[in-house]
Design a binder for this molecule. Structure first.
Ligand SMILES: [Zn+2]
Length: 341
């Protein structure tokens, strides 16, 4: 079994808009950093599974897929933030297929861990709408594939991006076979992800949100993970953990005000990897979402990949120079009460 398998979005540099923060350098910086540390060459890269619109229709409506394909043909933006280019449809479908291939390789234990450099990112894309730089919801397509084609019955998606994964939440809102958990800065774009958003109908109790006030950092993440998130995973017992990995909670990120360090990011992935080793045969895979500071991209990615591989990491950027706020303590207490922990 391989230690780790990657997906790299071949040709992704053709998806760009001048001056936009969601730019090709994000992925290229990550690859360069991994390569320099010997964590890229020598590890397998999956081919993306080709996906037809019908095969994505468990996640996105056919009408949205048609609309997206049409918008890409003319390079029309979906909204103020979300550009497309004539190449974006092909890239987005290939990338969703790359997410599927990584998830499948880890599920089948061809590789112990997976890391999909999914670009464009996905977690804001809802069933009927692309938004927030996201066209197709890669992690949701991967989860749906595992359920529909590989018979997986319980998947947890943990979203550590700075922003709430509103799209992933909406897609699995009424389902209990995919447990969606998200930490994010609040208030912030897209304006959702409050504590009391916990799913609906059969999905009630299978969505968990942890909105963190600006200024929350390493202590907030560490406490939430150990006191709430891991106990919720213990309770749910997922067969695989999919992780929406944004490096924008890092203290250097220009779009956010969380103060997470790369070192603490790595520690969280280390703990989660160990949890997966103990409970689901080590099945954990990461899917790239947001993050806009290239130094943070390097440091956080080296931290999380070393953690996946069980190797040490030294943080070149160190902790946030600003003092961490304490108002997250109230969120932690409320979350523990709500989830009866
Ligand atoms: Zn983000």
């Amino acid at each position: 079994m391989e230690e780790i398998v990657y997906y790299y979005p071949q040709g992704h540099e053709k998806h760009f808009q001048s001056g936009h923060p969601e730019r090709p350098e994000r992925v290229e910086t990550i690859v360069k950093a991994l390569r320099e540390k010997g964590l890229w060459d020598g590890y397998p890269k999956v081919e993306p599974r080709p996906l037809s619109p019908e095969e994505i229709s468990g996640v996105h409506s056919i009408s949205y897929l048609k609309e997206l394909e049409g918008a890409c043909r003319y390079g029309e933006s979906l909204d103020m933030d979300t550009y497309t280019t004539p190449y974006s449809w092909e890239l987005a479908t290939r990338t969703a297929g790359g997410a599927v291939s990584v998830a499948e390789a880890v599920w089948k234990r061809e590789a112990k861990r997976g890391f999909a450099l999914t670009r464009p990112p996905g977690h804001h894309a809802t069933s009927k709408r692309g938004m927030g730089f996201c066209l197709l919801n890669n992690v949701a397509v991967a989860a749906q594939w595992l359920v529909q084609h590989l018979g997986v019955q319980r998947i947890a998606i943990l979203d550590f991006d700075l922003h709430h994964g509103n799209g992933t939440q909406e897609i699995f809102w009424t389902r209990s076979d995919v447990f969606f958990l998200s930490t994010h800065q609040s208030p912030l774009y897209p304006g959702s992800g409050y504590l009391d958003e916990i799913g609906y109908g059969e999905g009630r109790g299978y969505t968990a949100n942890f909105p963190l006030p600006p200024g929350s950092g390493d202590q907030a993440f560490s406490s939430l993970l150990q006191e709430v998130i891991i106990p919720l995973l213990d309770r749910y017992q997922p067969q695989m953990l999919l992780l929406s990995y944004g490096f924008d909670p890092h203290w250097r990120d220009p779009l956010g005000h969380l103060q997470l360090s790369a070192k603490q990011y790595g520690e969280m992935i280390r703990l989660l990897s160990r949890w997966c080793d103990a409970h689901c045969e080590g099945r954990i895979a990461l899917f790239l979402e947001g993050g806009y500071d290239l130094e943070a991209a390097k440091a956080c990615t080296l931290a999380v990949v070393n953690a996946l591989l069980g190797q040490p990491f030294e943080d070149p950027l160190g902790p946030s120079p600003r003092e961490e706020g304490r108002s997250w303590v109230r969120v932690l207490e409320q979350a523990k009460q709500l989830w009866q922990l």
